[in-house]
Ligand binder design. Structure first.
Ligand code: FE
Length: 345
């Protein structure tokens, strides 16, 4: 199985990519709206087809990317039936098996943090995606969104703790740089439910916590009940001046075919060394301006802003950094020529 753990630094949310190596069909668990470009770039670069976007619950701290991913890829959306979120194609119930070709998950109803919380277990029971039900050495709060410490205790101890001890635990969040745990480890060391804590221990602990009102709850929960469909039309930024693809490395790129077709609409900036540019046969016809990468930051004011800038170099590595430098300097329409000038020779 192809497996990636992704992290959103704003909300400390983990997004998980699971895909089958043969069919190339993929699932994203808990995708974050603002990270949609990143996730689509990874799918593209790994040659995967997104078939399913799944949420473990109606999040209060970030907006799901489920709706946007469906718009962009045609994937289906799954989440717990009890949430009754708009745009859901696959409402999940306790014990239901679902997935894509080659990757099957079982949905376990694990309420308590919210009443619609689910955990997802792989077929071999070697991995469980616990959402906010079980976190590493902790658990989700139970003081809002129909939360209940009693139900959360039952979900963790009667459902999740019956999984094999070696089963790896992948939560929806971590705020301390931890990435995974195991059921055995959490049974022993979880700060709230570990070491044989009983329901009274747990409920008293949860009641004694005084947690601040979540910052995004008033915005995130209503949006997530629409599977993340924005009401204000606000979308993650995608350049629209050309056929720009943002790579997983965060570089805006444009390909040679587009460049040839739109040559007069852009300014081509060669960032190779002087002698490389001089010896290159195609450069004089293709390039408008030459500023080597190592002096680019000092010569930004020589670059006119009348047209979008396409940076070029030999392989597309240096021009990628050049594009990022220009973006940081406030150039809004910038892309690097993917695969570089090499491809013309
Ligand atoms: Fe949550």
């Amino acid at each position: 199985m192809v497996f990636r753990q992704l992290f959103d630094t704003t909300s400390s949310t983990f997004t998980y990519l699971l895909a089958d190596e043969k069919s190339r069909e993929a699932i994203l668990i808990d995708p974050v709206f603002g990270q949609t470009n990143r996730d689509l770039a990874l799918l593209r670069e790994l040659d995967l087809t997104l078939k399913l976007a799944v949420d473990t619950h109606a999040h209060a701290d970030h907006i799901t990317a489920a709706w946007l991913l469906k718009e962009k890829t045609g994937c289906q959306i799954a989440s717990a039936k009890v949430i009754n979120a708009k745009h859901v194609d696959l409402p999940l119930e306790d014990g239901q098996k679902f997935g894509v070709q080659g990757v099957t998950l079982t949905a376990l109803s694990t309420p308590g943090h919210t009443d619609g919380c689910m955990s997802f277990v792989t077929e071999d029971r070697s991995m469980v995606f616990t959402g906010d039900t079980l976190l590493i050495r902790g658990c989700g709060r139970s003081d809002f969104q129909q939360g209940s410490a009693h139900r959360l205790f039952a979900s963790i101890t009667e459902k999740l703790f019956t999984l094999p001890d070696q089963c790896k635990v992948y939560p929806a969040h971590d705020y301390n740089g931890r990435t995974m745990s195991t059921i055995g480890e959490e049974k022993a060391y979880n700060a709230r439910v570990g070491a044989g804590a009983n329901e009274t221990d747990f409920v008293q602990y949860m009641m004694a916590m005084r947690l601040p009102h979540p910052k995004m709850i008033d915005e995130a929960v209503p949006a997530n009940l629409r599977s993340g469909e924005p009401q204000d039309g606000h979308m993650p930024h995608v350049p629209n001046w050309g056929d720009v693809q943002i790579t997983y490395a965060g570089v805006p790129e444009i390909d040679a075919i587009w460049l040839e077709q739109h040559r007069s609409e852009v300014r081509v900036l060669d960032v190779r060394l002087e002698n490389e540019a001089k010896d290159c046969a195609i450069a004089p016809t293709l390039v408008d301006q030459h500023i080597a990468l190592d002096v680019l930051r000092d010569r930004l004011d020589e670059i006119p802003k009348d047209k979008p800038i396409v940076t070029v170099c030999r392989s597309g590595r240096r021009s990628a950094l050049a594009a990022n430098i220009l973006e940081q300097a406030g150039f809004e329409k910038v892309a690097s020529l993917s695969k570089g000038l090499n491809q013309f020779q």
